[in-house]
Ligand binder design. Structure first.
Ligand SMILES: *Cc1c(COP(=O)(O)O)cnc(C)c1O
Length: 412
């Protein structure tokens, strides 16, 4: 199956683990306990000598395992752990792989809730330095003797900044640092983080991969590129077997079994179904977003449009080289910030809501909502103007969206 193309692999992934009763979709397994005829088989699952066995659903079920296998294929990795939400996956990465005294270099443009976790880490004695990751030199300058991890996002929200992903990958390789890439917005269809040397890839399945705004989920994929045998924070029980597997073993035991942010089988099945249409949705929404971006950039009421596939985008050259398309994420600024709320209200199709990658277009004024708690200083540092509006472009017909913007911007 591995020699097939991306979408072919995704739609046939469920059957690879063995079709039950000929079922084409992986069934929803609701059992919490898994029993065995012989106690030796149960022991083998506990001791990790039986590949793929289940014992208690907090560590996974056949349904979540099928989703994990699908994400692993999508990211081209060696294994994946599914979580209840993207944030559960991100917290598991930080809390199980870092300890007091460690240092992390992270993007200053990260998702707001990830930024909030950095404050929690500081109180636990794990320091995070946030830098402008669009230049790998800023990451290099922030490194310290105890730096363990570099954390970036492929396309930042709402500003659409793209890090120097290759340069940072080379730096991490050179210094033996764990390179963690949150690939939520781009998704593995638009960008494979393993191509720039990422050791772990995070996806909020709630967004691009699930795609319907109907189920929460998260995933952490090990690309197989990081050598865990040199990583000091692996507990003794997980230093067994090939060093390549140590990180995921620790993440599943400490992150899932102990912390308990487990994805339900019901949500896993819904997300797996959404994943089957990832390619179609990313192509459609990216094409619509680009058309809207070009329209908005030419409109006199708009001062700035942030979209990676516009020639005016600071990382456009990288985007053209590495991303299949620009994604559904598009932000723009009104020349007159006072028009921000009236324009949102005049738009008929986009739903005034937070959230990303739904089938429907969602719109939100950024400074008044998702960056309100951050305050004016942080907003200024992150380049978030009072007139900034974020769009998550949905599956509507592009003509309908363009006509709606035309009427809403008239007189703005
Ligand atoms: C939404 C989001 C998350 C968190 O995912 P949830 O599933 O909502 O917990 C993490 N990273 C990025 C980039 C996101 O957009």
């Amino acid at each position: 199956m591995t020699n097939h193309q991306f979408t072919t692999q995704i739609v046939h992934a469920d059957r690879l683990g063995g079709a039950e009763h000929g079922a084409i979709h992986k069934p929803i397994h609701t059992s919490v306990q898994y029993g065995y005829e012989k106690v030796e088989d149960l022991i083998a699952v506990f001791q990790g000598t039986a590949k793929g066995g289940f014992n208690y659903a907090r560590q996974g079920t056949p349904t979540t395992a099928a989703l994990e296998a699908k994400i692993t294929q999508m990211e081209g990795g060696q294994g994946t752990i599914a979580f209840a939400t993207g944030m559960a996956g991100i917290c598991a990465v930080f809390l199980t792989l870092l300890k007091a005294g460690d240092h992390v270099v992270a993007s200053q443009f990260v998702f707001g809730n990830t930024n909030s976790v950095f404050g929690t880490l500081a109180d636990l004695g794990i320091e995070v330095t946030m830098v402008d990751v669009t230049d790998a030199a800023n990451v290099a300058a922030a490194l310290r003797p105890h730096t363990r991890m570099v954390f970036v996002e492929t396309i930042a929200n709402p500003g659409t900044q793209i890090p120097d992903l290759e340069g940072i990958g080379a730096l991490c390789q050179q210094h033996g640092l764990l390179y963690v890439v949150d690939n939520t917005v781009a998704s593995p269809y638009l960008f494979r983080a393993s191509s720039v040397g990422a050791g772990l890839v995070v996806n909020s399945l709630t967004k691009s991969i699930g795609g319907q705004g109907a189920a929460l989920g998260g995933a952490v994929t090990d690309t197989g590129l990081f050598d865990w045998s040199g990583y000091p924070n692996i507990f003794a029980p997980y230093r067994k077997g090939d060093g390549k597997g140590w990180g995921l073993q620790q993440l599943r035991k400490k992150g899932l079994r102990d912390m308990g942010g487990t994805l339900s089988s019901h949500a896993a099945q819904q997300l797996a179904l959404g994943a089957e249409t990832l390619t179609l949705r990313m192509e459609r929404t990216s094409a619509t977003a680009l058309a809207l971006a070009r329209y908005l950039e030419a409109h006199p009421a708009i001062s700035r449009v942030l979209y990676p596939m516009l020639e005016s985008h600071p990382q456009h050259a990288f985007a053209r080289k590495h991303l299949k398309a620009g994604s559904w994420l598009l932000s723009f600024e009104l020349r007159d910030a006072a028009q921000c709320l009236p324009v949102c209200n005049r738009l008929q199709l986009p739903i005034k809501a937070t959230g990303l990658a739904d089938s429907r277009t969602l719109i939100i004024p950024v400074a008044h909502t998702i960056f309100w708690e951050a305050g004016p200083d942080v907003r200024a540092a992150m380049g978030i103007a009072d007139g900034m509006i974020r769009l998550s472009v949905g599956l509507e017909e592009v003509e309908d969206l363009l006509a709606d913007f035309e009427q809403a911007l008239a007189g703005a």
